[in-house]
Write a protein that binds this ligand. Structure first.
Ligand SMILES: C[S@@+](CC[C@H](N)C(=O)[O-])C[C@H]1O[C@@H](n2cnc3c(N)ncnc32)[C@H](O)[C@@H]1O
Length: 414
């Protein structure tokens, strides 16, 4: 019955770009509760779709008549049965958020909860969308999604998958979101990430990553003093889970130098890539995390000091928001490591990054002497960056550098 909600939302055009147009916030998941009055002026001009934004993303109360403009009675009944509707003196409020992502829908706990609680199921944040948009979508045979939260990455894997989360409430949301999207073949199991068994060709992870001093306990964000408590344990176990050729895809925020630490945890036999989005000075990072926590205003300054002590103890000087890949290399491919800067992804890019990883793999494998690379950009036919015809570049390192940047084709391409 819950499937009827997804069908209604699809019919209304409740998709990422439409929500951004209505809220005038790009990406819309960066909306902030403090700006409710501005958003209210905007969604009111957009009929039933505006009402859907107000109800499912801004936690506005609607009258039953308004609710019926966006949902049919079957869908309202389904939400009621889930315990997601809260009647109040202003009308009816949704206790959950509903996010669109790449044609699917995901219920989560609300991002606008004033008091976070330990078992709150993580909403779709910029990190969730980054991982969903950047992960290459291939014909995987089996996927493992660790720290699955709403279940988004297990459900988008497009193959049989296992989602694992330590939070029992997240497992319930994963199963509900599978039903919402009519997806079968994806299982959810409660447990610590490192309890997962089996072999996979895709492992996805958006860990709890915020470096936090003792006593901060929201499951969705507390990454221990270094912030990498879960990340390090998962990365160290990748060789047990991933087959050769298999891909690890992770969105996270981490202290500067994550790629080097990943290399030290993994050892040889891996290709590593980083797509850096933003850097945060620690004072901004700490302050925004304290503001979104349950710390009462009169204790915020002392708490700020406590966090600074902890960051100092762990040597954290800045935080980087990024997408990471680790490819388990097949025999014959040399280890590689590559970092690029990207803007926050605003839509699916998995195909592009899949080709990039393939180029990195290929250009780090032995290559045939007789192949003739071609430039990709048609506007500069026949010339490399140095202005030499491609046929004259004999230096392998230059060719490799151009290949890794996807400026020239490789021998596996037609
Ligand atoms: C940042 S949220 C990511 C949720 C979801 N994957 C996404 O991208 O939206 C981190 C998740 O990790 C889970 N978690 C925290 N510690 C864990 C552990 N030791 N083992 C498994 N899951 C854990 C939390 O319950 C939370 O759902």
């Amino acid at each position: 019955m819950i499937e009827s909600v997804a069908a209604r939302m699809a019919k209304l055009g409740y998709v990422e770009s439409a929500l951004e147009d209505i809220l005038q916030v790009r990406p819309f998941t960066f909306r902030r509760s403090i700006h409710q009055p501005a958003y209210r002026r905007r969604w009111r001009k957009h009929g039933p779709l505006g009402l859907a934004v107000a109800f499912f993303l801004l936690q506005e109360s609607l009258s039953l008549e308004e609710l019926r403009q966006l949902l049919d009675d079957e869908s309202i009944a389904a939400l009621h049965m889930q315990g997601f509707l809260e009647p109040n003196r202003l009308g009816i409020r949704s206790k959950v958020d509903l996010y669109p992502c790449m044609g699917a829908y995901f219920f989560t706990d609300s991002a606008f909860e004033l008091q976070p609680w330990p078992e709150q199921v993580y909403w779709l944040g910029g990190d969730s969308y980054t991982l969903a948009y950047c992960t290459p979508r291939r014909a995987y045979s089996k996927a493992l999604d660790l720290c699955s939260g709403s279940g988004i990455h297990a459900l988008l894997a497009g193959c049989p998958a296992l989602g694992m989360d330590i939070n029992a409430r997240a497992i319930e949301f994963g199963r509900l979101n599978a039903a919402l999207n009519g997806i079968s073949g994806v299982e959810f199991a409660q447990g610590d990430c490192c309890e997962a068994a089996g072999r996979y060709d895709l492992v996805t992870l958006n860990p709890p990553f915020v470096p936090t001093p003792e006593g901060v306990a929201e499951l969705y964000r507390t990454g221990g003093g270094s912030g990498e408590g879960v990340t390090e344990r998962v990365v160290r176990k990748l060789a047990d889970w991933l087959r050769p050729g298999g891909l690890f895809s992770m969105a996270t925020e981490a202290p500067d130098g994550a790629l080097q630490r990943m290399r030290s945890w993994l050892g040889p036999g891996w290709g590593l890539a980083e797509l850096k989005k933003f850097e945060f000075p620690i004072e901004d990072y700490i302050f925004s995390n304290i503001l979104s926590s349950a710390t009462p205003p009169d204790q915020q300054e002392a708490e700020y000091d406590r966090w600074l002590d902890s960051y100092e103890a762990f040597g954290i000087q800045k935080m980087v928001s990024a997408q990471y890949f680790a490819v388990r290399l097949a025999a014959g491919c040399a280890d590689w490591q590559c970092s690029r800067e990207i803007p926050h992804p605003s839509g699916p890019q998995g195909e592009h990054w899949g080709k990039w990883l393939e180029a990195l793999n290929t250009w780090n494998s032995p290559w045939p002497e007789d192949f003739v690379p071609r430039l990709r950009e048609p506007e500069r036919p026949g010339f490399s960056e140095q202005g030499k015809p491609l046929g004259q570049i004999e230096d392998r390192e230059s060719l490799k550098a151009l290949g890794e940047q996807m400026l020239i084709t490789h021998w596996n391409e037609k």
